[in-house]
Design a protein around this ligand. Structure first.
Ligand code: SF4
Ligand code: F3S
Ligand code: FES
Length: 247
């Protein structure tokens, strides 16, 4: 017979925008249990008013984001067994305002999304569109994004420097990269990427790539190519001269 798994102690942040504290709860150790299971156990057995956000419990909806032992992660994808013998600390994402307990207000992200210039296909492109496989592959990973906003949470430009007004964050830089790399797109977004999305604030720390649960290579495959396009467009002296001559 399999050995019973020892119980775990889970330390959960409880409170509101006015302040709060960490409270400890003992949860039974069941094989395969994830942090979200522990939070649901706490809700069912000790704290029915514990506020958490979740939906799919399958790492698809992106709603159960939190900071587990200090690292932004999905609670439904993080097993308790990873932390054997340790207290597991669960806190809300730090980059966004707290609503209650582990639930944060992420609506700023949707405001950023609304401002992104949309896809503009070539008006004369014959349907069905023919697209090279290499063009599909280049942008495909960006479409895996589940909008968990863990990358936004970890990025120091938003988390520490609070540049919400100046910087769109990694999630939206991959959105912009997907649009820019679409072979049939005719949209003009480089000025938006430079000014409104503030790509210059990113100093390539790659923390966003490290926490992405979808393993999207955010920095190397999206942000750096966008930075190169912006540099070519706005900081190339020849182009600058041409723009000046054309008025
Ligand atoms: Fe989450 Fe990754 Fe999308 Fe960022 S890029 S929102 S970390 S899935
Ligand atoms: Fe932030 Fe990622 Fe750049 S963490 S600084 S957007 S590489
Ligand atoms: Fe949907 Fe975790 S509950 S991603």
């Amino acid at each position: 017979m399999a050995e019973p798994t020892p119980p775990s102690w889970v330390r959960v942040w409880r409170g509101s925008s006015q302040g709060g504290e960490f409270l400890d709860y003992k949860v039974p150790g069941e094989p395969g249990m994830v942090v979200l299971d522990a939070l649901l156990y706490i809700q069912a057995n000790y704290a029915p008013d514990l506020a958490i956000r979740w939906n799919c419990k399958a790492a698809h909806c992106g709603s159960c984001s939190a900071e587990i032992n200090g690292k932004p992660r999905l609670t439904c994808k993080t097993r308790l067994s990873e932390f054997e013998g340790q207290i597991i600390t669960v806190a809300p994402m730090r980059a966004f305002p707290i609503i209650k307990d582990l639930v944060t207000d992420v609506k700023w992200n949707y405001e950023v999304l609304k401002k992104i210039p949309p896809f503009q296909p070539q008006p004369d492109a014959k349907e069905p569109w023919t697209i090279y496989q290499r063009d599909i592959e280049r942008a495909q990973e960006f479409h895996r994004c589940i909008e968990c906003f863990l990358c936004q949470d970890v990025c120091h430009v938003l988390r520490t420097h609070r540049k919400m007004a100046e910087f769109a964050g990694p999630r939206f830089l991959i959105k912009l990269a997907a649009l820019e790399m679409h072979p049939l797109d005719t949209g003009q977004r480089l000025e938006f990427i430079k000014d409104a999305a503030g790509i210059g604030y990113c100093n390539i720390t790659k923390c966003c790539t490290e926490v992405c649960p979808e393993q999207i290579t955010i920095t190397d495959n999206a942000i750096i190519p966008l930075k190169e396009r912006v540099a070519d467009e706005f900081y190339d002296p020849l182009r600058w001269l041409l723009r000046k001559l054309r008025g």
